[in-house]
Ligand binder design. Structure first.
Ligand SMILES: Cc1cc2nc3c(=O)[nH]c(=O)nc-3n(C[C@H](O)[C@H](O)[C@H](O)COP(=O)(O)OP(=O)(O)OC[C@H]3O[C@@H](n4cnc5c(N)ncnc54)[C@H](O)[C@@H]3O)c2cc1C
Length: 322
Protein backbone atom coordinates (compact mmCIF):
# COMPACT_ATOMS: atom_id res chain seq x y z
CA UNK A 1 0.00 0.00 0.00
CA UNK A 2 1.40 3.40 -0.96
CA UNK A 3 1.01 6.28 1.45
CA UNK A 4 -1.44 9.08 0.74
CA UNK A 5 -3.06 12.02 2.51
CA UNK A 6 -6.63 11.39 3.70
CA UNK A 7 -8.95 14.34 4.31
CA UNK A 8 -12.54 14.45 5.56
CA UNK A 9 -14.02 17.34 3.56
CA UNK A 10 -16.59 19.36 5.49
CA UNK A 11 -18.08 21.22 2.52
CA UNK A 12 -18.31 21.09 -1.26
CA UNK A 13 -16.03 24.17 -1.35
CA UNK A 14 -13.39 22.44 0.70
CA UNK A 15 -13.55 19.32 -1.47
CA UNK A 16 -13.21 21.25 -4.74
CA UNK A 17 -10.41 23.46 -3.33
CA UNK A 18 -8.54 20.32 -2.33
CA UNK A 19 -9.09 18.78 -5.75
CA UNK A 20 -7.68 21.97 -7.31
CA UNK A 21 -4.72 22.06 -4.91
CA UNK A 22 -3.74 18.50 -5.83
CA UNK A 23 -4.02 19.29 -9.58
CA UNK A 24 -5.54 15.99 -10.67
CA UNK A 25 -3.59 13.93 -8.14
CA UNK A 26 -6.45 13.55 -5.65
CA UNK A 27 -9.48 11.26 -5.73
CA UNK A 28 -12.88 11.70 -4.14
CA UNK A 29 -14.13 8.86 -1.99
CA UNK A 30 -17.90 8.49 -1.59
CA UNK A 31 -19.01 4.94 -0.68
CA UNK A 32 -15.59 3.62 -1.68
CA UNK A 33 -17.05 0.42 -3.17
CA UNK A 34 -15.27 1.02 -6.45
CA UNK A 35 -12.47 3.40 -5.52
CA UNK A 36 -10.93 1.22 -2.81
CA UNK A 37 -10.74 -1.80 -5.11
CA UNK A 38 -9.23 0.32 -7.86
CA UNK A 39 -6.58 1.62 -5.45
CA UNK A 40 -5.80 -1.77 -3.90
CA UNK A 41 -5.41 -3.35 -7.33
CA UNK A 42 -3.22 -0.44 -8.54
CA UNK A 43 -5.41 0.08 -11.58
CA UNK A 44 -4.99 3.83 -11.98
CA UNK A 45 -2.17 5.04 -14.23
CA UNK A 46 -0.95 7.20 -11.29
CA UNK A 47 -1.56 6.49 -7.64
CA UNK A 48 -3.35 9.52 -6.06
CA UNK A 49 -1.50 11.68 -3.53
CA UNK A 50 -4.70 12.43 -1.61
CA UNK A 51 -8.05 10.78 -0.94
CA UNK A 52 -10.83 13.23 -0.12
CA UNK A 53 -13.69 11.70 1.81
CA UNK A 54 -16.90 13.44 0.74
CA UNK A 55 -19.26 11.40 2.91
CA UNK A 56 -18.36 13.88 5.66
CA UNK A 57 -20.07 16.72 3.72
CA UNK A 58 -23.46 17.34 5.32
CA UNK A 59 -26.60 17.62 3.18
CA UNK A 60 -25.42 15.80 0.08
CA UNK A 61 -27.41 12.66 0.87
CA UNK A 62 -30.86 14.21 0.79
CA UNK A 63 -33.70 14.01 -1.73
CA UNK A 64 -36.26 16.76 -2.20
CA UNK A 65 -38.99 17.78 -4.64
CA UNK A 66 -38.29 20.78 -6.87
CA UNK A 67 -40.56 22.25 -9.54
CA UNK A 68 -41.50 19.33 -11.75
CA UNK A 69 -39.00 16.83 -10.52
CA UNK A 70 -36.83 15.56 -7.73
CA UNK A 71 -33.32 16.55 -6.67
CA UNK A 72 -31.17 13.67 -5.48
CA UNK A 73 -27.99 14.51 -3.55
CA UNK A 74 -24.89 12.87 -5.00
CA UNK A 75 -24.28 10.99 -1.75
CA UNK A 76 -27.71 9.36 -1.72
CA UNK A 77 -27.17 5.62 -1.46
CA UNK A 78 -28.73 3.34 -4.03
CA UNK A 79 -30.81 1.78 -1.24
CA UNK A 80 -32.30 5.17 -0.33
CA UNK A 81 -32.89 5.91 -3.99
CA UNK A 82 -34.87 2.69 -4.33
CA UNK A 83 -36.78 3.39 -1.12
CA UNK A 84 -37.83 6.93 -2.00
CA UNK A 85 -38.19 6.93 -5.79
CA UNK A 86 -39.69 3.52 -6.51
CA UNK A 87 -43.17 4.85 -7.06
CA UNK A 88 -42.57 7.83 -9.35
CA UNK A 89 -39.50 6.43 -11.09
CA UNK A 90 -39.93 2.65 -11.41
CA UNK A 91 -37.38 2.70 -14.23
CA UNK A 92 -34.70 4.09 -11.93
CA UNK A 93 -35.73 1.71 -9.18
CA UNK A 94 -35.28 -1.28 -11.49
CA UNK A 95 -31.87 -0.02 -12.60
CA UNK A 96 -30.69 0.63 -9.04
CA UNK A 97 -32.02 -2.78 -7.94
CA UNK A 98 -29.95 -4.35 -10.72
CA UNK A 99 -26.73 -2.99 -9.19
CA UNK A 100 -24.55 -5.43 -7.24
CA UNK A 101 -25.99 -6.67 -3.91
CA UNK A 102 -27.98 -5.16 -1.01
CA UNK A 103 -24.78 -4.71 1.01
CA UNK A 104 -23.12 -2.74 -1.79
CA UNK A 105 -26.27 -0.72 -2.50
CA UNK A 106 -26.39 0.28 1.19
CA UNK A 107 -22.99 1.96 0.80
CA UNK A 108 -22.69 2.88 -2.88
CA UNK A 109 -23.84 6.39 -3.81
CA UNK A 110 -25.55 7.59 -6.95
CA UNK A 111 -22.65 10.00 -7.68
CA UNK A 112 -20.15 7.15 -7.33
CA UNK A 113 -22.26 4.88 -9.51
CA UNK A 114 -22.14 7.43 -12.33
CA UNK A 115 -18.41 8.06 -11.91
CA UNK A 116 -17.25 4.48 -11.31
CA UNK A 117 -14.32 3.21 -13.35
CA UNK A 118 -14.80 0.79 -16.22
CA UNK A 119 -14.84 -2.95 -15.62
CA UNK A 120 -12.92 -3.95 -18.76
CA UNK A 121 -10.76 -6.96 -17.88
CA UNK A 122 -7.76 -5.59 -19.74
CA UNK A 123 -7.99 -2.26 -17.91
CA UNK A 124 -8.41 -4.10 -14.59
CA UNK A 125 -5.80 -6.75 -15.34
CA UNK A 126 -3.72 -7.31 -12.17
CA UNK A 127 -0.05 -6.29 -12.38
CA UNK A 128 0.87 -9.43 -10.40
CA UNK A 129 0.10 -11.73 -13.33
CA UNK A 130 2.65 -11.14 -16.03
CA UNK A 131 3.29 -7.45 -15.38
CA UNK A 132 1.38 -4.26 -16.04
CA UNK A 133 -0.91 -4.20 -19.06
CA UNK A 134 -1.02 -0.68 -20.39
CA UNK A 135 -4.14 -0.50 -22.49
CA UNK A 136 -5.17 2.71 -24.28
CA UNK A 137 -7.16 3.94 -21.26
CA UNK A 138 -4.05 3.55 -19.09
CA UNK A 139 -1.81 5.48 -21.43
CA UNK A 140 -0.93 2.66 -23.83
CA UNK A 141 -1.29 2.92 -27.60
CA UNK A 142 -3.92 0.29 -28.35
CA UNK A 143 -7.00 -1.41 -26.94
CA UNK A 144 -6.09 -5.10 -26.48
CA UNK A 145 -9.77 -6.04 -26.73
CA UNK A 146 -9.83 -5.34 -30.47
CA UNK A 147 -7.72 -8.37 -31.28
CA UNK A 148 -8.30 -10.17 -27.99
CA UNK A 149 -11.07 -11.39 -25.68
CA UNK A 150 -13.80 -8.93 -26.53
CA UNK A 151 -17.02 -10.77 -25.75
CA UNK A 152 -18.12 -8.14 -23.17
CA UNK A 153 -16.91 -5.09 -25.09
CA UNK A 154 -18.52 -2.36 -27.16
CA UNK A 155 -20.46 -3.09 -30.34
CA UNK A 156 -20.80 0.60 -31.13
CA UNK A 157 -18.97 3.82 -30.39
CA UNK A 158 -15.58 2.24 -29.66
CA UNK A 159 -12.64 3.97 -31.29
CA UNK A 160 -9.50 3.84 -29.19
CA UNK A 161 -11.07 2.06 -26.20
CA UNK A 162 -13.85 -0.55 -26.40
CA UNK A 163 -14.68 -0.78 -22.69
CA UNK A 164 -18.38 -0.28 -21.96
CA UNK A 165 -19.99 2.12 -19.50
CA UNK A 166 -20.69 -0.06 -16.42
CA UNK A 167 -23.26 2.14 -14.68
CA UNK A 168 -26.84 0.88 -14.64
CA UNK A 169 -28.26 4.06 -13.14
CA UNK A 170 -26.69 6.08 -15.98
CA UNK A 171 -28.90 4.25 -18.46
CA UNK A 172 -32.05 4.91 -16.45
CA UNK A 173 -31.17 8.55 -15.77
CA UNK A 174 -30.48 9.14 -19.47
CA UNK A 175 -33.91 7.75 -20.35
CA UNK A 176 -35.43 10.02 -17.71
CA UNK A 177 -33.63 13.10 -19.10
CA UNK A 178 -31.77 13.88 -15.86
CA UNK A 179 -29.39 16.79 -15.40
CA UNK A 180 -26.32 16.84 -13.20
CA UNK A 181 -25.36 19.65 -10.85
CA UNK A 182 -21.63 20.05 -10.80
CA UNK A 183 -19.45 22.19 -8.51
CA UNK A 184 -15.89 23.35 -9.05
CA UNK A 185 -13.61 26.10 -7.82
CA UNK A 186 -14.91 28.44 -10.55
CA UNK A 187 -18.56 27.94 -9.57
CA UNK A 188 -21.36 25.57 -10.40
CA UNK A 189 -22.86 24.34 -13.64
CA UNK A 190 -25.66 22.05 -14.75
CA UNK A 191 -25.25 19.55 -17.51
CA UNK A 192 -27.56 17.12 -19.24
CA UNK A 193 -26.49 13.58 -18.39
CA UNK A 194 -26.18 13.01 -22.13
CA UNK A 195 -23.26 15.45 -22.21
CA UNK A 196 -21.56 13.92 -19.17
CA UNK A 197 -20.03 10.66 -20.42
CA UNK A 198 -17.07 10.50 -22.78
CA UNK A 199 -15.43 7.45 -24.37
CA UNK A 200 -12.74 7.51 -21.67
CA UNK A 201 -14.85 8.54 -18.67
CA UNK A 202 -16.61 11.82 -18.11
CA UNK A 203 -16.29 15.57 -18.62
CA UNK A 204 -15.53 16.52 -15.01
CA UNK A 205 -12.55 18.87 -14.71
CA UNK A 206 -9.95 17.88 -12.12
CA UNK A 207 -11.45 20.32 -9.56
CA UNK A 208 -15.09 19.31 -10.10
CA UNK A 209 -17.57 16.98 -8.45
CA UNK A 210 -21.23 16.09 -8.88
CA UNK A 211 -23.31 17.55 -6.06
CA UNK A 212 -26.81 16.49 -7.14
CA UNK A 213 -28.93 15.02 -9.90
CA UNK A 214 -32.21 16.59 -11.00
CA UNK A 215 -34.73 14.14 -12.44
CA UNK A 216 -37.80 15.59 -14.17
CA UNK A 217 -41.05 13.90 -13.23
CA UNK A 218 -42.45 11.88 -16.13
CA UNK A 219 -46.14 12.35 -16.95
CA UNK A 220 -48.46 9.97 -15.15
CA UNK A 221 -49.28 8.41 -18.52
CA UNK A 222 -45.66 7.63 -19.33
CA UNK A 223 -44.60 4.00 -19.37
CA UNK A 224 -41.18 3.29 -17.87
CA UNK A 225 -39.10 0.16 -18.41
CA UNK A 226 -35.60 -1.05 -17.62
CA UNK A 227 -34.21 -4.47 -18.51
CA UNK A 228 -30.75 -5.88 -18.01
CA UNK A 229 -29.34 -9.09 -19.44
CA UNK A 230 -26.66 -10.73 -17.29
CA UNK A 231 -24.95 -14.10 -17.29
CA UNK A 232 -25.64 -14.61 -13.57
CA UNK A 233 -28.78 -13.49 -11.81
CA UNK A 234 -27.25 -12.09 -8.62
CA UNK A 235 -24.42 -9.53 -8.69
CA UNK A 236 -23.39 -9.15 -12.28
CA UNK A 237 -22.63 -6.32 -14.65
CA UNK A 238 -24.85 -6.15 -17.72
CA UNK A 239 -24.08 -7.81 -21.03
CA UNK A 240 -26.67 -5.38 -22.39
CA UNK A 241 -29.31 -3.21 -20.76
CA UNK A 242 -32.10 -1.08 -22.14
CA UNK A 243 -34.36 1.59 -20.72
CA UNK A 244 -37.38 3.36 -22.13
CA UNK A 245 -39.68 6.21 -21.23
CA UNK A 246 -42.70 6.02 -23.52
CA UNK A 247 -45.62 8.41 -23.63
CA UNK A 248 -48.65 6.81 -25.26
CA UNK A 249 -52.10 8.10 -26.14
CA UNK A 250 -54.56 5.34 -26.94
CA UNK A 251 -51.69 3.04 -27.83
CA UNK A 252 -50.03 5.62 -30.08
CA UNK A 253 -46.56 6.84 -29.12
CA UNK A 254 -46.35 10.62 -28.72
CA UNK A 255 -42.82 10.68 -27.26
CA UNK A 256 -40.12 8.11 -26.62
CA UNK A 257 -36.71 8.01 -25.00
CA UNK A 258 -34.85 4.75 -25.52
CA UNK A 259 -31.36 4.11 -24.14
CA UNK A 260 -28.98 1.19 -24.49
CA UNK A 261 -26.37 0.24 -21.89
CA UNK A 262 -23.21 -1.90 -21.95
CA UNK A 263 -23.02 -1.72 -25.74
CA UNK A 264 -20.71 1.33 -25.98
CA UNK A 265 -18.26 3.36 -23.88
CA UNK A 266 -21.15 5.70 -23.01
CA UNK A 267 -24.93 5.24 -22.67
CA UNK A 268 -26.46 5.27 -26.17
CA UNK A 269 -29.73 6.96 -27.03
CA UNK A 270 -31.55 5.23 -29.85
CA UNK A 271 -32.60 8.44 -31.58
CA UNK A 272 -33.66 6.84 -34.87
CA UNK A 273 -35.86 4.36 -33.04
CA UNK A 274 -37.41 7.17 -30.99
CA UNK A 275 -38.12 9.17 -34.13
CA UNK A 276 -39.59 6.15 -35.89
CA UNK A 277 -42.00 5.40 -33.05
CA UNK A 278 -43.39 8.91 -32.73
CA UNK A 279 -46.97 8.94 -34.03
CA UNK A 280 -47.11 5.17 -34.46
CA UNK A 281 -49.09 2.57 -32.62
CA UNK A 282 -46.82 0.48 -30.44
CA UNK A 283 -47.16 -3.13 -31.55
CA UNK A 284 -44.92 -6.20 -31.78
CA UNK A 285 -44.04 -5.12 -35.32
CA UNK A 286 -43.27 -1.46 -34.67
CA UNK A 287 -41.30 -2.39 -31.53
CA UNK A 288 -39.26 -4.86 -33.61
CA UNK A 289 -38.61 -2.19 -36.26
CA UNK A 290 -37.57 0.27 -33.58
CA UNK A 291 -35.20 -2.35 -32.15
CA UNK A 292 -33.61 -2.88 -35.57
CA UNK A 293 -33.13 0.89 -35.95
CA UNK A 294 -31.62 1.12 -32.46
CA UNK A 295 -28.85 -1.26 -33.49
CA UNK A 296 -28.35 0.12 -36.99
CA UNK A 297 -24.71 0.87 -37.58
CA UNK A 298 -23.47 -1.37 -34.76
CA UNK A 299 -20.08 -2.92 -35.51
CA UNK A 300 -19.49 -5.91 -33.25
CA UNK A 301 -15.95 -7.11 -32.59
CA UNK A 302 -14.82 -10.67 -33.36
CA UNK A 303 -16.50 -12.30 -30.32
CA UNK A 304 -19.47 -10.15 -29.41
CA UNK A 305 -21.90 -10.34 -32.33
CA UNK A 306 -24.24 -12.18 -29.95
CA UNK A 307 -24.84 -8.85 -28.16
CA UNK A 308 -26.77 -7.57 -31.20
CA UNK A 309 -29.66 -10.00 -30.83
CA UNK A 310 -29.80 -9.51 -27.06
CA UNK A 311 -29.87 -5.74 -27.51
CA UNK A 312 -32.62 -5.94 -30.13
CA UNK A 313 -34.70 -8.18 -27.90
CA UNK A 314 -34.31 -5.87 -24.90
CA UNK A 315 -35.21 -2.78 -26.93
CA UNK A 316 -38.27 -4.54 -28.33
CA UNK A 317 -39.36 -5.50 -24.84
CA UNK A 318 -38.85 -2.12 -23.20
CA UNK A 319 -40.70 -0.44 -26.06
CA UNK A 320 -43.57 -2.88 -26.09
CA UNK A 321 -43.71 -3.21 -22.31
CA UNK A 322 -43.64 -7.02 -22.50
C1 LIG B 1 -19.29 -6.83 -6.69
C2 LIG B 1 -19.74 -5.57 -7.37
C3 LIG B 1 -20.75 -5.65 -8.32
C4 LIG B 1 -21.19 -4.48 -8.95
N1 LIG B 1 -22.21 -4.56 -9.88
C5 LIG B 1 -22.66 -3.43 -10.48
C6 LIG B 1 -23.71 -3.46 -11.41
O1 LIG B 1 -24.26 -4.51 -11.73
N2 LIG B 1 -24.12 -2.29 -11.97
C7 LIG B 1 -23.55 -1.10 -11.65
O2 LIG B 1 -23.98 -0.06 -12.14
N3 LIG B 1 -22.52 -1.05 -10.78
C8 LIG B 1 -22.08 -2.17 -10.19
N4 LIG B 1 -21.04 -2.11 -9.31
C9 LIG B 1 -20.36 -0.86 -9.10
C10 LIG B 1 -20.95 -0.12 -7.95
O3 LIG B 1 -22.23 0.26 -8.28
C11 LIG B 1 -20.08 1.06 -7.69
O4 LIG B 1 -18.94 0.57 -7.05
C12 LIG B 1 -20.72 2.11 -6.82
O5 LIG B 1 -21.93 2.55 -7.36
C13 LIG B 1 -19.79 3.27 -6.64
O6 LIG B 1 -20.35 4.14 -5.68
P1 LIG B 1 -19.46 4.61 -4.45
O7 LIG B 1 -20.25 5.65 -3.74
O8 LIG B 1 -18.99 3.48 -3.63
O9 LIG B 1 -18.27 5.29 -5.26
P2 LIG B 1 -16.73 5.36 -4.91
O10 LIG B 1 -16.12 4.01 -4.98
O11 LIG B 1 -16.52 6.13 -3.66
O12 LIG B 1 -16.24 6.24 -6.13
C14 LIG B 1 -16.21 5.73 -7.45
C15 LIG B 1 -15.60 6.80 -8.37
O13 LIG B 1 -16.47 7.92 -8.46
C16 LIG B 1 -15.84 9.12 -8.02
N5 LIG B 1 -16.89 9.86 -7.32
C17 LIG B 1 -17.65 9.44 -6.30
N6 LIG B 1 -18.57 10.38 -5.98
C18 LIG B 1 -18.36 11.42 -6.82
C19 LIG B 1 -19.00 12.69 -6.98
N7 LIG B 1 -20.02 13.07 -6.23
N8 LIG B 1 -18.52 13.51 -7.94
C20 LIG B 1 -17.50 13.12 -8.74
N9 LIG B 1 -16.85 11.95 -8.62
C21 LIG B 1 -17.29 11.10 -7.68
C22 LIG B 1 -14.70 8.66 -7.13
O14 LIG B 1 -13.65 9.59 -7.11
C23 LIG B 1 -14.29 7.37 -7.83
O15 LIG B 1 -13.46 7.66 -8.93
C24 LIG B 1 -20.59 -3.24 -8.63
C25 LIG B 1 -19.57 -3.17 -7.69
C26 LIG B 1 -19.15 -4.32 -7.06
C27 LIG B 1 -18.05 -4.21 -6.05
Amino acid sequence: MKSFVHVHARSVNEATELLAAYKGEAKLNAGGTDLLAVLKDRILPDYPKAIINIKSIPGLNTLYEEEDGVVVGALTTLTDLIKHLAQSYPLLKEAAMAVASPQIRNIATIGGNLCQDTRCWYYRYPDEIGGRLNCFRKGGRTCPAVAGENRYHAIMGGKQCYAVCPSDTAIALTALGATLRIAGTKGTRTLSIEEFFTPLGNVLASDEMITAIYIPKPSAAARQNFLKFTLRKPIDFGIVSAASLMTLEKGVCTAARIVLGAVAPTPVRALKAEEFLRGKEVTEETAAEAAALALEGAKPLSKNTYKLEIAKTLVKRVVNGS
